[in-house]
Design a protein around this ligand. Structure first.
Ligand code: GLA
Length: 705
């Protein structure tokens, strides 16, 4: 138990003498887990069918001896050169039919049976050899599926696509119907006529494109599942994961969550973007929500700068600590970096690592070691969970459909629209889950639907009965427009939501780039991107367009429906205006922030469970602030000060230097710039409960209602 702490470990890049040093430095940095072998295929199988695991045995044994758990990779993310030389057919093709050559990584067609067979053979060997190894804690399949090659358009993929279509539609008639092929003379007489949406003279069929994205995701998932089946045979009970990417359209994290034993994310906050922690927060909430609140793993982040942005900002002092604790505050039970030791050669030599080129006498190593010590000092956090009363709906199908070409505006991008709605909730300090529309919503007081363009009639009915049953719903423009096949729901947009919203939209009126309009009424402010001609049929108009072509027309509405209320926003409100609206909606829904009166820039979350109840306070600003606590609490961190190099925490996260923890009850906390505090009620801290005022009032919680 304890928060796992460590990094991607790539010992094959270093001579063996360095490995012993690594173990000593890992001990100093309080590392408890490493991800091993992600890109080791060429080293482990240097020639077809010839395996070399001796070096890996020594690495694993060494880690085990040091008490470090291993998240062992299946090594299949970067096929060795011999494989594509023997079988060039495994190489992927783009939509123009151009081959993607080896020389980087992820150069395989996900549908290739040859790739899958060779990957499976390697995984079989690995699993048989290491299933019982005492250091093995977790399997890590592939690496960032779909990061570079998310779609392949080669003939093998085309055949695979046709098989997938046959299974999905059964008959070519059903396919024609689903893809609306009566349009532009596209009707198929046989599945054999169907191709991937390769580059065409103009807009390809959107339903075909959408299905190709679904199919390509499925092809990647099949690769994952094939490897998972091998692992399950050899090591039943050892959890399996893969590292997902944030905001990543090719891979549907919600769909994959059903097949992962634990969710895992790679997230690289951009130090040059002042509020990137809000994008991080959104993605962290999504990871936590995907498997019903189960703790997740931050499997990669950079200790300092990355190397793949145009300009790579270093993390200023304290940022590594703050952003790591942010992940924990939002439900992570692991904090790992890419990577342990900074490479001397290769494409990532300027990417930061825990052990930089300059060695251990560096700020980065010192900060990493101090963080390791600090995380190990609060092992009881792991396994605890959070609770939210607000759900924001996100959906991969809808995003993929929304972001296709030939829409009213190409400026509608789902991650941006989702963040527009998430941000005011985050800034108001409200706990939020991020869910797909098919999940159970009855436990939420408020459901926010940012531009869910594709919404099935069944999901729209669920939203409607959610409101009828007393729920509060806020829907933004261009939601509920098409069905699963990108066909407009008949009956006036947004047809399946028309009843619950009490309105329909006669005409979309997207705005020119840079153009703004104003809304006035109960909500006031600037708006951009989108407007529309709303016809109220029961809904009360809260605000109207004040200028522009639609001046005088409804812009924001409210509709009482059954025992609940549905709001609708027909434009993109500027942040302050949307915040004001959401504050009102929240008040109506009875949703309170985690902690009242938080200073701007401070994030507060609660995790609770068998280990106790923990209040996390994170200051994302650079100036110090003071936070009043809801009741006297015990501060569990000592400020993340200088590293203690004495002793390692070891696997299992044994408590470190508990005597350093401040145990006095406090009513206020001063957070320095980028400061972090983790607090508990006195009853959760051994030795503090007997102090005067040490008991939390029964039933009181810092969490919202
Ligand atoms: C991704 C990959 C890693 C590494 C990092 C660099 O997350 O999974 O192998 O390339 O990017 O930031």
């Amino acid at each position: 138990m304890g928060i796992a702490y460590g990094a991607d470990y790539n010992p094959e890049q270093w001579p063996e003498e360095v490995w012993a040093q690594d173990l000593e430095l890992m001990r100093r940095a309080h590392v408890t887990m490493v991800t091993l072998g992600i890109f080791s295929w060429a080293r482990a199988e240097p020639r077809p069918g010839t395996y070399d695991f001796g070096w890996l045995d020594r690495v694993l044994d060494g880690l085990d001896g040091a008490g470090i758990a291993v998240c062992l990779a299946t090594m299949t993310a970067s096929p060795p050169p011999w494989l594509s030389r023997l079988h060039p057919g495994i190489l992927p093709e783009d939509a123009d039919g151009r081959r993607r050559w080896p020389g980087a990584r992820q150069h395989y067609c996900p549908s290739s049976p040859v790739y899958r067979e060779h990957a499976g053979r390697l995984v079989e060997r690995l699993a048989a050899r290491y299933a019982g190894h005492p250091a093995l804690a977790l399997w890590h399949i592939g690496n960032e599926y779909g990061c570079h090659t998310h779609q392949c358009f080669c003939p093998v993929s085309a055949r695979h696509f046709r098989r997938w279509l046959r299974e999905r539609y059964g008959t070519v008639g059903a396919l024609n119907d689903a893809w609306s092929t009566a349009f532009w003379s596209q009707s198929y007489g046989d599945f054999e006529e169907v191709l991937p949406p390769r580059t065409a003279p103009t807009f390809p069929n959107p339903a075909q494109q959408l299905d190709y994205q679904r199919f390509s995701d499925r092809a990647l998932l099949e690769c994952f599942l094939a490897e998972k089946a091998v692992l399950a045979r050899h090591s039943p009970g050892v959890p399996v994961t893969t590292n997902l990417m944030p905001d990543h359209r090719p891979v549907d994290a919600f769909a994959w969550s059903a097949h992962m034993d634990v969710m895992a994310l790679d997230f690289y906050q951009d130090p040059f973007v002042p509020d990137d922690h809000i994008r991080a927060a959104y993605n962290f909430d999504l990871m936590r929500s995907a498997r019903g609140g189960q703790p997740w793993l931050l499997l990669e982040q950079a200790p300092g700068a990355v190397n793949w942005r145009a300009r790579n900002g270093p993390k200023p002092p304290g940022a590594m600590r703050l952003w790591s604790w942010q992940a924990v505050a939002q439900g992570a039970d692991a904090v790992l970096f890419f990577q342990w030791r900074q490479s001397l050669g290769g494409a990532e030599k300027f990417h930061s690592a825990v052990v930089p080129h300059g060695g251990t006498g560096t700020r980065i190593f010192r900060e990493a070691a101090a963080l390791g010590r600090e995380l190990a000092s609060v092992p009881r956090i792991s396994g605890t969970r959070s609770r939210a009363r607000v759900a924001l709906l996100a959906d991969w199908d809808s995003r993929r459909a929304l972001e296709l070409d030939s829409r009213p505006s190409t400026a509608l991008e789902q991650p941006r629209l989702a963040l527009d709605h998430y941000r005011p909730l985050f800034e108001a300090g409200v706990a939020c889950d991020v869910l797909p529309p098919g999940r159970e919503l009855s436990g939420y007081r408020l459901v926010v639907v940012p531009s869910l363009y594709l919404l099935t009639a069944a999901d729209a009915r669920r939203l409607t009965s959610y409101v009828a049953g007393g729920g509060h719903l806020l829907v933004s423009f261009f939601s509920g427009i098409v069905d699963r096949c990108d066909r407009v729901h008949p009956g006036g947009c947004p047809a399946p939501l028309r009843e619950v919203l009490g309105l329909w939209v006669e005409e979309f009126w997207p705005l020119e780039e840079g153009a703004t309009v104003h809304v006035h009424g109960a909500v006031r402010g600037r708006a951009d991107l989108w407007s529309e001609v709303i016809v109220a049929e029961g809904a009360e108009v809260l605000a109207r367009f004040a200028d522009g072509a639609l001046a005088g027309g409804p812009a924001v509405t409210r509709h009482g429906y059954g025992r609940g209320t549905a709001w609708y926003v027909g434009t993109r409100l500027e942040p302050a205006a949307l915040r004001a609206l959401l504050d009102e909606v929240r008040a109506a829904a009875g949703v309170r922030p985690v902690l009242a009166g938080l200073p701007a820039g401070v994030q507060a979350t609660v995790r609770e469970g068998a280990g106790g109840r923990f209040l996390f306070l994170l200051n994302h600003e650079t100036a110090a602030v003071e936070v009043a606590l809801p009741q006297p609490m015990v501060s569990l961190l000592d400020g993340g000060g200088a590293d203690s190099t004495a002793g390692g925490s070891g696997r299992g996260g044994a408590p470190m230097r508990r005597q350093a923890v401040e145990r006095a009850l406090v009513e206020r906390v001063t957070l320095p710039g980028r400061g972090v505090a983790v607090l508990s009620g006195a009853e959760d801290v051994p030795g503090a409960a007997d102090r005067p005022g040490g008991q939390l009032p029964k039933g009181r919680t810092a969490q919202g209602p």
